[in-house]
Design a protein around this ligand. Structure first.
Ligand SMILES: C[S@@+](CC[C@H](N)C(=O)[O-])C[C@H]1O[C@@H](n2cnc3c(N)ncnc32)[C@H](O)[C@@H]1O
Length: 218
C-alpha cells in the first residue's frame, strides 16, 4: 500500500516525467472513491514500467493483477502498434472497471483482460508465449509460483518485474512480522532468493516505497 501523499522528491520526479492525463486521472479518482488508491502502483512506477518496456522493445507483456487498470494503461501506452498486453484479474468488479478504463484510454485494442484465477489463466496463456515482460502484482503468497511460470514462458533477455517485494519492509525481518501472514512472508523470501540467483537472472530490487524487483532472464 503506497502512502497517499508523495514525498517532495517523488512529487518532483512525477511532475517532470510521469504526469497523468485525464484518462489516468479518472482511474485514480475511481480508486480513491472505492477506498483502493495505493493498492495500485504510483505514476512514477508506471513510468518505470514504460521505460523498461521501451528499453527492450517489448511487444508481448503479461500482467498478473489488473485491479482498475491503472498500471495496465501505463503498460499498454508503452507498447508499439503490434504490441499486446494480457492482464489477469479474478475480481469481477475490478474487471468491469478495468474494461471501461481501457476503452476510455483508447488502449482496448492492445489489451486482453482475462477474468479468473491467475494460475488457471496463466496456463491458458502459455500458447501465446514466449513473452517479453511479465509484471507480477497480485497475491503475495503466489509470487514464487508466478516466478516459476514467468521463467518458463519468457524469452531469454525478457524481464520479470514484481511490485511489493519488500512487503512493506517486513521481508527483511528474520522472523515473520505482524504485518503479513506466514505464507506471504515465507513465499516472498523464497521469491527474492530465487530471483537473486545470478545463474538464472540479472536482477535487483529498486528501492521504491514498496520495492520493485526487476530481473532479466538469462
Ligand atoms: C495490487 S492489485 C493490482 C494493481 C494493479 N497492477 C495496478 O497497479 O493498477 C492486485 C490485484 O490482483 C488481483 N488478484 C489477487 N490475487 C489474484 C489471483 N490469484 N488471481 C487473479 N487475480 C488476483 C486482486 O483482485 C487485485 O485487483
Amino acid at each position: 500500500m503506497r502512502p497517499e501523499e508523495l514525498s517532495p522528491r517523488d512529487y518532483y520526479i512525477e511532475n517532470l516525467y510521469a504526469r497523468e492525463d485525464e484518462g489516468l486521472h479518472a482511474i485514480k479518482q475511481r480508486l480513491v472513491d472505492a477506498g483502493r488508491w495505493g493498492v495500485n502502483i504510483g505514476a512514477n512506477e508506471g513510468r518505470m514500467l514504460q521505460m523498461f518496456i521501451k528499453m527492450i522493445q517489448a511487444k508481448k507483456v503479461v500482467e498478473i493483477g489488473t485491479l482498475f487498470g491503472y498500471s495496465g494503461v501505463w503498460i499498454a501506452r508503452a507498447l508499439p502498434r503490434d504490441g499486446h498486453l494480457f492482464t489477469i484479474e479474478r475480481d469481477h468488479v475490478c474487471v468491469r472497471m478495468a474494461r471501461n478504463a481501457f476503452e476510455e484510454c483508447g488502449v482496448d485494442d492492445r489489451v486482453t483482460l482475462l477474468e479468473g484465477e491467475a494460475t488457471d489463466k496463466l496456463l491458458e496463456l502459455e500458447k501465446e508465449g514466449p513473452f517479453d515482460v511479465v509484471f507480477i502484482d497480485a497475491n503475495k503468497s503466489s509470487y514464487f509460483d508466478y516466478l516459476m511460470w514467468a521463467e518458463r514462458n519468457l524469452r531469454s533477455g525478457g524481464l520479470i518485474i514484481a511490485d511489493n517485494t519488500l512487503l512493506g519492509g517486513g521481508v527483511t525481518a528474520n522472523e515473520k512480522p505482524e504485518s503479513c501472514s506466514t505464507r506471504q512472508w515465507t513465499e516472498m523470501r523464497k521469491f527474492n532468493e530465487a530471483i537473486s540467483d545470478p545463474r538464472r537472472f540479472d536482477s535487483t530490487i529498486l528501492p521504491t516505497s514498496e520495492g520493485l524487483t526487476v530481473a532479466i532472464k538469462s
